[in-house]
Design a protein around this ligand. Structure first.
Ligand SMILES: *Cc1c(COP(=O)(O)O)cnc(C)c1O
Length: 491
């Protein structure tokens, strides 16, 4: 299996090379040249998560030796997940919640970032690379912590995370600032997520700086969802969700399902699209945005328009106007037209918008939720079903409700449940009517636990006693300087 760039399809590399590089050098993203088909899905019915992960990943990571890939999977999905099933599927109300947040940092990013360090290490071995790797990551909150956790104390790797100072939840911030491991660096940016991501992309595109790092024996890589080593492991849980429903006889063989995904950088829903292309019986992919509704608007109109101000919402991991992975979908849906994709990305950079004609988006439905609707759904879900959901998951559930009332489609639906409600306690408690006046984040969490009788995750309990280990802050313009300082690289 070869990977080609969305902006120049003559560039073709192996999976291990793609994992090391992250982004293609002309700014494109790597995509599999073709999407493999999994025939005889029903034969996989009894497989547990790790076995299934192997069956799927070996189709994509073809230059990994079988036993070594198996080993990566074994190490990633172990007891750092709080449940043996890794990803439980919970029925509540009229939907099935695919709970992706039982990993160490309580958000779905753990599903990929638990395995990425092992894939990267193995990729370096395959390509005989002796350099030290510097992982550069922009985060809207969850990626940063999951990457730090995954890469902390991994030999030969340094991890640097940039987060928007005023764009993450209190718990997210605490999780990052208390990160241990002397190869970890965390920096608050005076700006929003797009500033952080834009700054990271600038560094990746600065050849002078990359060469300088090279001379100092560093290789730059990324843990953002632009890396195929993140995207591919995310395909697994959609198959797992489907097969779980099949085992429990909630669906029949070959019955189609809908999948609703709370979407920001378009990574998670793209993995669902890949699953569908591989043969998973999917009816609609429901793309749910928060008030930063660039994506749902694109699906509705074919116009991607980022000329607006970013709104800070209670689902900060979706507060994004530049959705990187959409570029991959454009590539696939345009039949691999890398010239077209490149033109559109230039338009987006220069004009702030682009329009796609004749793109067949029928696999998708898109809509968005307001803050009020998010609060309403959290409350209603809890009152009716005693099931607590976080604001991101509530966005997906709300958009699913809109889809249902618009279409009368009764296809069974999986909601990607992307974070623990305790990670975004403030919005959750205020939605279910608990008084939180003058309470700090940890008091709010205590209250949420005691009022709802839901157990507070240990990762949050532990946070209280941890010390702040990172105190760095800079502007977008200062990111390169601070990186030089961490890596001890001169001018
Ligand atoms: C990252 C994240 C999302 C958005 O996922 P994308 O792959 O960026 O679309 C949604 N919910 C949570 C909790 C997240 O951490």
């Amino acid at each position: 299996m070869k990977y080609i760039s969305t902006r120049d399809k003559t560039i073709s590399i192996s999976s291990s090379e793609g994992i090391i590089q992250g982004l293609s050098k002309e700014g494109g993203l790597f995509v599999p040249r073709s999407i493999p088909k999994l025939d005889n899905l029903m034969a996989l019915k009894e497989m547990e998560y790790k076995g299934l992960a192997y069956v799927i990943m070996k189709e994509f990571f073809t230059d990994f030796e079988n036993d070594r890939l198996k080993n990566c999977i074994e190490k990633a999905y172990d007891n750092k997940f709080s449940t043996d099933h890794i990803v439980p599927v919970i029925k509540a109300g009229d939907a099935f919640f695919l709970e992706l947040f039982h990993g160490p940092t309580l958000a779905f990013k753990d599903m990929a970032l638990s395995i990425l360090p092992y894939l990267l290490k193995e990729s370096m071995r395959i390509n005989n690379i002796q350099k030290e790797i510097a992982i550069l990551t922009a985060t809207s909150g969850d990626t940063g912590k999951a990457a730090l956790e995954g890469f902390a104390n991994v030999k030969g790797i340094k991890i640097i995370v940039f987060f928007p100072e005023y764009g993450v939840s209190q718990v997210q911030k605490m999780q990052m600032l208390t990160q241990e491991g002397n190869n970890t660096f965390v920096v608050g940016i005076n700006g929003n997520f797009d500033d952080a991501q834009g700054g990271v992309k600038d560094i990746f595109n600065n050849n002078h700086f990359i060469n300088l790092l090279g001379k100092n024996n560093y290789l730059l890589s990324s843990a953002n969802s632009i890396n195929i080593g993140r995207l591919i492991p995310q395909i697994v849980y959609y198959f797992h969700g489907y097969l779980t429903l099949l085992r429990e006889k909630s669906i029949k063989e070959n019955e189609k399902i809908n999948i609703a995904v709370p979407t920001g950088n378009f990574g998670n829903i793209l993995a669902a699209y890949y699953a569908k292309e591989m043969g998973l019986p999917v009816n609609k992919l429901i793309c749910a945005s928060n008030e930063n509704n660039v994506l749902s608007q694109f699906i509705d109109t074919g116009i991607y328009d980022r000329r607006r101000r970013l709104i800070l919402t209670s689902s900060p991991s979706m507060d994004i106007l530049l959705s990187s992975n959409l570029e991959r979908l454009l590539f696939h849906l345009s039949g691999g037209d890398s010239v077209l994709v490149k033109d559109k990305m230039v338009e987006l950079a220069e004009l702030g918008y682009y329009k796609m004609d004749n793109l067949d988006l029928r696999d998708f439905y898109g809509s968005y939720s307001t803050e009020e609707e998010v609060g309403f759904e959290i409350n209603k879900m809890f009152m009716d079903n005693n099931h607590l959901i976080d604001p991101h998951t509530a966005v997906a559930y709300n958009v699913y409700q809109k889809y249902k009332s618009e279409t009368n489609d009764n296809t069974k639906t999986i909601i990607a449940s992307t974070a623990s409600p305790f990670k975004f306690g403030g919005k959750v408690v205020s939605s279910i009517g608990i008084d939180i006046n003058n309470k700090d984040e940890f008091e709010i969490i205590e209250k949420l636990g005691s009022k709802t009788n839901v157990k507070i995750p240990k990762a949050i309990e532990d946070l209280k006693d941890k010390e702040i280990a990172h105190k760095n802050n800079c502007d977008r313009e200062g990111m390169e300087d601070i990186l030089r300082k961490f890596l001890k690289v001169g001018i």
